[in-house]
Design a protein around this ligand. Structure first.
Ligand SMILES: Nc1ncnc2c1ncn2[C@@H]1O[C@H](COP(=O)(O)OP(=O)(O)O)[C@@H](O)[C@H]1O
Ligand SMILES: [Mg+2]
Length: 276
């Protein structure tokens, strides 16, 4: 975990830095392209994400952010290039439950309680007879971790949008994933709820050591959460730049008022304008 003092200004990473060290990468993408028929959604993208890191992804609508997460999680194939999760194929990582996904919509089963929704991946694992990893924390403890202690027996329709997302996060952690992929998980929430969940997510990240790749539309959210912000460019979807965000953790909401923070967001806003 970085513990350096605030940076002077935006610093641009060399993409592929981690490849030169011998640390295993949580995600290693090499010259990967994704095609839907004749349409190229992602073109020749290379990116290394170190184990335990928190990366956020920004970019204009349609630039391939969701497709990138789907590529990493083995939901769409690479037309060319190579994708490795902790040195394994994406299929092996998916089957071994090394990765978990949280979407913008929590997609809870409405007929199951909060606790039963969190337990679902364990039940599915048992029914398929596949040996899956299980978090040392019980489903109840994971609900406590996301701030839902006391709501175990509530039904999804009784919960606010923010609470549903917390349940989805607890459910994603139940199989102890090494990699958590989050696609605009707080995009539909009001600002206060989002702030609160941002802080909680950072706490979860620090407590669990899980690698997080987090797609957002919000420049502020991207800078607040991430150690690195990855900017994607559209037409065709590809990598534009990786920006280091060296603020120490734990981060507080007031960080956003600091000049160094505003310098980062201003830089990313101008960069985003060049990415459509
Ligand atoms: N299953 C699909 N079939 C055809 N085109 C798709 C499919 N999924 C995504 N696309 C296209 O790929 C591009 C990237 O989409 P997406 O990854 O969802 O963008 P983002 O998440 O950055 O907004 C878009 O032009 C989208 O229409
Ligand atoms: Mg998307």
């Amino acid at each position: 975990m970085t513990n350096t003092v605030a940076v002077e200004g935006p610093k641009v990473s060399n993409v592929g830095d981690a490849a030169s060290s011998h640390q295993p990468c949580a995600v290693s993408v090499e010259n990967a392209s994704v095609k839907f028929g004749a349409f190229t959604a992602i073109n020749n993208l290379s990116l290394e994400i170190e184990e335990g890191a928190f990366y956020t992804i920004l970019g204009p609508s349609g630039c391939g952010k969701s497709t990138f997460l789907r590529l990493v999680s083995d939901l769409v194939p690479a037309a060319s290039g190579d994708v490795r999760i902790l040195g394994k194929s994406t299929e092996a990582a998916r089957l071994g439950r090394e990765l978990a996904f949280v979407f913008q919509d929590a997609t809870l089963l409405p007929w199951r309680t909060v606790l039963e929704n969190v337990e679902l991946p364990l039940e599915i694992g048992e029914s398929t007879g596949v040996d899956i990893p299980v978090s040392e924390k019980s489903p109840e403890e994971l609900l406590e971790l996301v701030g839902l202690k006391g709501r175990e027996n509530a039904m999804p329709h009784e919960l606010s949008g923010g609470m549903k997302q917390r349940v989805a996060i607890a459910r994603a952690l139940v199989c102890k994933p090494k990699l958590l992929l989050m696609d605009e998980p707080f995009g539909a929430l009001d600002e206060m709820t989002r702030d609160h969940l941002n802080l909680q997510l950072l706490k979860i990240w620090q407590e669990t050591g899980v690698t997080i790749v987090f797609v957002t539309h919000s420049i502020q959210e991207a800078v607040f959460l991430g150690q690195k912000v990855v900017m994607f460019q559209a037409n065709p979807g590809r990598l534009k730049e990786v920006i280091d965000i060296d603020f120490p953790y734990p981060r507080e909401i007031t960080l956003r008022d600091k000049p160094e923070f505003i310098r980062h967001t201003a830089y990313l806003r101008s960069l985003l304008e060049t990415c459509s």
